[in-house]
Design a protein around this ligand. Sequence first.
Ligand code: COA
Length: 381
Amino acid sequence: MAGTSYAKGLEGVIASESRICKVDGENGRLYYYGYRITDLAEKASFEEVTYLLLYGKLPTSKEISEFSARMRESRDLKPPILSMIRDFPRDSHPMELLQSAINFLSGYVDHKIEHSPTCNCRQTLHQITQLPAIISAFHRFKNELDYIPPRKDLSHGANFLWQLKGIEPDREDGEIMDKCLILHAEHSFNASTFTARVIASTLSTCYCSISGAIGSLYGSLHGGANEKVIAMVKEIGDVEKVTSWIDSSLAKKQKIMGMGHRVYKAKDPRAVIMEKFLQTLSRKYNDHSKLEILRKIEEVFRNRMEVKGKPIYPNVDFFSGAVYSLLDIPSNLFTPVFAMARAPGWLAHILEQRADNRLFRPRALYTGEINLPWPEKGNRE
Ligand code: COA
């Protein structure tokens, strides 16, 4: 087998056809079912984007009012789920709770979940609509606070802020939260989405697929970059210290969080939109420190990399953590918020996988030994 070529980590391997999402990394563009992310973020709600991802088309006004009502109806958690969250060890990471809770939900849906491609998992939508309630309930119980039931008059994003804090967000904050979810709703064959599709390909349930995807997102090489960006901003502390901090980090060969992307070789279009949200919130709350430090990091880092002939740009998570911080979301919830946003994308891929299924079964290049002699008793040292 020596010399056999293979793609470690399946890098660059096309594993399936998909109509859901196009990431044009060379030109810094992103499309969901053909629609530009810039248009979706400006003109759609998270509920419309969820509809688009699940049905492959934009809804008519009648369709969105029915769909939106169905999403809002199914936001609240049943008492056994609240008990499960209350009893979950409080020092666990919220992603561990989220992964466990999503499978717990499947025991409490009204329709029969079938382990088959005919299961209509667009029906109850609990795998999408209940994530804000789960995340906020865990956060509140951990802080000895009561569960806040959802409100049907608020958008998906605004309702999350309401359930988290018990304070109704103003229109602008609610809209920015909703749009942040749109920006994270889908991103083609990344690790968590691929995980969801692999599980779906065995004809397991959508709850198992999404729980697997959440486990995959929890890993530090996937979700969590924005949490690290905020930690970096805190550590630097002052815009005057950015240049020396970047130079010393690069000298130690440390990665600058939120910069660079496997697919984008131009500025991530989501980062451009996030930066505008950050600008709006910084002005509104008269807190410019994070924006100033981030802009300086981008300027210094890009200069340093361009000199080396390696242009590297910010990705979506360079600015998202600062936006969430100004919306008063604690940084340990940033990855759960990512999961909450990505759930429609995962479900879209599960449906697409089932519609034309083929079990994923790659092979490994075996590099061990074979036909080893069985050791005599007591001779295994
Ligand atoms: N900080 C410092 N150096 C970086 C960098 C960063 N954030 N991103 C890329 N580089 C370097 C690479 O190490 C590579 O250097 P080399 O030629 O000496 O090996 C060069 O720039 C070109 O990198 P590129 O091929 O474009 O990216 P990659 O595939 O090696 O890395 C990431 C992509 C995402 C893993 C990397 O950019 C990274 O770790 N970023 C920070 C973490 C992050 O924000 N992750 C969230 C992604 S959504």
